[in-house]
Design a protein around this ligand. Structure first.
Ligand code: TRP
Length: 332
């Protein structure tokens, strides 16, 4: 009789663990790097750029002559600070996603009416601690509460302080464009939840002449290349990997149909690398896709925010329409 022998093998099959055991105990970076290298095509989340050396390189990118977004966004913040502060209102609590070096927030704080508390969230712990200490020194009356976290994972924030004004999110730098559209929606829905009853001030880079876009991610000094390659250097430092940096090239180009800059690390020859004790081969020209930077129109950004539950309000731009800052009302 067959049915008697049928059940046993099935139970044994179900006992096989779904996750390969080799990734147990690895850091998130290790797990995601192994998954990226095992996939085809290969791609990894850009958040791993931001270890301490990567965050320092990123600060240099923001000052490059070709990299217009930072100085343009700072220009809008300076020119519109009074209007933005008015929209924020008195005693507000600011939550910044991916706060970096905490430079832009100073422009808002200086214009705001008695800000109550500032929660900068960043994945780069050491960089954040230093920047938060400097900010606290300059704004003695403000409660600065740095949060070391990956805000692409579900985020739990401290309760709003008693008697605080509304909670306003700040998400500058067009980091929204570093998500794919579904990831951007997921982030915005999470933001709508943590900012309930408040608002989000969001910076989005606008679509423009592809030659200007190309130059912004291919600077003459090679800082962006060094920033991209730091991902491999970080793997060497943290994962015992043996990437030879001179055997990979920075590649950034505009993908017109998808309206985004793509950044890749391209293997310059056929080669093998070891990461976390596992070997992977690269053919010549094979790439590891490290980042997307989507470009928006004012309307495409507002449509995305609406889909996530926000009500779009005012939009501030620069005279050349390079960059946009959006006031997005969170659901109540
Ligand atoms: N959000 C920024 C952007 O998409 C991040 C960024 C700027 C960036 N320059 C970079 C990321 C260079 C990687 C490499 O523009």
């Amino acid at each position: 009789m067959k049915p008697a022998t049928f059940a046993a093998p099935r139970r044994r099959f179900e006992a096989v663990p779904a996750e390969p055991l080799e990734t147990a105990g690895l850091s998130a970076f290790g797990q995601d790097m192994l998954a990226a290298l095992a996939a085809s095509p290969r791609s990894i989340a850009p958040k791993y750029f931001y270890d301490a050396p990567g965050s320092a390189l990123f600060d240099r990118i923001c000052e490059l002559p070709e990299y217009y977004p930072t100085r343009t966004e700072v220009g809008i913040l300076q020119a519109q600070a009074v209007h933005i502060a008015e929209a924020i209102g008195p005693n507000a609590e600011i939550v910044e996603f991916g706060a970096g070096s905490l430079l832009k927030i100073r422009l808002l704080l200086d214009a705001m009416d008695r800000p109550s508390r500032y929660l900068p969230i960043d994945i780069s712990g050491e960089h954040l601690a230093q920047a938060a200490a400097r900010l606290q020194q300059d704004y003695a009356g403000l409660e600065v509460l740095p949060v070391v976290a990956d805000y692409t994972q579900d985020l739990i924030l401290p309760r709003a302080a008693p008697h605080a004004g509304r909670r306003v999110g700040f998400f500058p730098g067009s980091t929204i464009g570093n998500f794919t559209p579904p990831q951007a929606l997921h982030f915005l829905r999470m933001a709508a939840r943590v900012l309930r009853g408040g608002a989000l001030l969001l910076g989005a880079d606008l679509f423009k002449d592809p030659a200007l876009l190309h130059a912004a991610y291919n600077d003459a000094q090679g800082v962006t290349a060094a920033f991209n390659l730091n991902l491999l250097a970080r793997a060497n430092r943290e994962l015992g990997a043996d990437f030879v940096l001179s055997q990979f090239a920075h590649s950034a180009f505009y993908n017109a149909p998808l309206r985004r800059i793509e950044m890749h690390l391209v293997s310059l020859r056929e080669q093998q690398v070891t990461v976390c004790g596992r070997r992977f081969s690269f053919s010549e020209g094979e790439s590891l896709h490290t980042e997307n930077s989507h470009k928006f129109t004012v309307d495409s950004l507002r449509a995305l925010a609406t889909e996530a539950g926000f009500t779009p309000g005012r939009v501030w731009t620069d005279p050349n329409q390079l960059f946009s800052l959006h006031w997005l009302q969170a659901p109540s």
